[in-house]
Design a protein around this ligand. Structure first.
Ligand code: ADP
Ligand code: MG
Length: 314
């Protein structure tokens, strides 16, 4: 392709909300063999919401949700935001009328005032959060987080988590003062176009893959819904780039599509990094392409544009 053709293609991309950082990136996309998708915020809408909250102790529901939201309030994770939002809603709208808060519900300051004091907060990537409330340890996250802290998961709780995971939800376990006190189920719906895009890639001879930090069962349920067969789950943040490199070993050309901070090493490691425009700045910086419309169809647009520009016949 001539420099003019590359310039024109870059312009066509930009007009369609696909920002291409340079002619090399444009050229590589036509050769892609694998497209590796991050799950949360990439294949899914990244709009997680709590669908179930089950308390295992005699603790009141409101008290349970206050504890969990207090622990998650300092986390930026989409799961944390969903939990805080759910607790806020419960606090303001779902309580028995005798205890209902009648003040102006819109003010963030009032919500914050309702949260409990937290000390020694830490976010544990790929696991969840840890902090202390009232001098007692609070853990909110996955099985790994609990077992690493010596907290056992009784069979009835495990069964409940499995049930959530089989319906594509993420089960979040809550431990307080060394005991499991409840479980939340969080759902994050697929993007509307996700399945069509996956099917389109297969038709183009490109293999779709999903990588996620989420657990195997949820990952597989989501992959089944979207039509992806090759899944890598329970991948720690640093592991996503390793996954990319494993696909590159036989000389395959690999594209990575992601949105999060966790995805930036993988976006950089991939032959073609594609960041979702609504994603984090770090991901956008690490990528060769930015999909400004947050629409996965633009993965196909990008490959098509490259194929047409370099008129490679397959
Ligand atoms: P993803 O690849 O889906 O973005 P992450 O590495 O961010 O995954 O998280 C992996 C898993 O760790 C989540 O599915 C969840 O079980 C747990 N986790 C991470 N952060 C939190 C949090 N703030 N609250 C609860 N669970 C969390
Ligand atoms: Mg993500």
């Amino acid at each position: 392709a001539t420099p003019t053709a590359i310039m024109v293609a870059t312009g066509v991309g930009a007009n369609n909300g696909v920002l291409i950082k340079g002619g090399d990136a444009l050229e590589r996309a036509q050769m892609v063999n694998y497209v590796v998708f991050d799950k949360t915020g990439t294949l899914t809408q990244g709009k997680a919401s709590v669908t179930t909250a089950r308390v295992f102790t005699g603790m009141e529901r409101g008290e349970f949700l206050t504890l969990v939201a207090s622990a998650e309030a300092s986390s930026e994770h989409p799961l944390a935001k969903a939990i805080v939002e759910y607790a806020r809603h419960f606090h303001f709208f779902d309580k028995p009328s005798s205890t209902k808060d009648t003040r102006n519900h819109d003010k963030e300051s009032e919500f914050s005032a309702w949260l409990l004091d937290v000390s020694d907060f830490s976010a544990l990537p790929g696991r969840g959060v840890q902090c202390f409330i009232d001098g007692k340890q609070m853990l909110v996250g996955n099985r790994k987080l609990l077992t690493e802290n010596g907290i056992s998961i009784p069979t009835f709780a495990e069964d409940f988590v499995v049930e959530l995971e089989e319906s594509a939800k993420t089960g979040i376990l809550v431990a307080y003062d060394s005991a499991l006190i409840g479980v939340l189920g969080v759902a994050d719906p697929l993007k509307r176009e996700a399945a069509v895009v996956v099917e389109g890639l297969v038709k183009m001879g490109v293999k779709p893959v999903m990588v996620t930090g989420d657990n195997w069962r949820t990952a597989q349920a989501v992959a089944r819904e979207v039509g992806i067969q090759d899944v890598r789950a329970e991948v720690m943040p640093a592991g996503k780039a390793d996954a990319i490199r494993s696909f590159q070993k036989d000389g395959s050309i690999v594209a990575m599509v992601g949105d999060g901070i966790n995805d930036s090493p993988a976006l950089a490691a991939a032959d073609i990094g594609m960041a979702i425009g609504a994603g984090t700045d770090i991901a956008i910086e690490a990528a060769d392409y930015v999909l400004m419309k947050n629409n996965l169809e633009d993965v196909i647009t990008a490959i098509d544009l490259s194929r047409k520009t370099f008129s490679r016949i397959r």
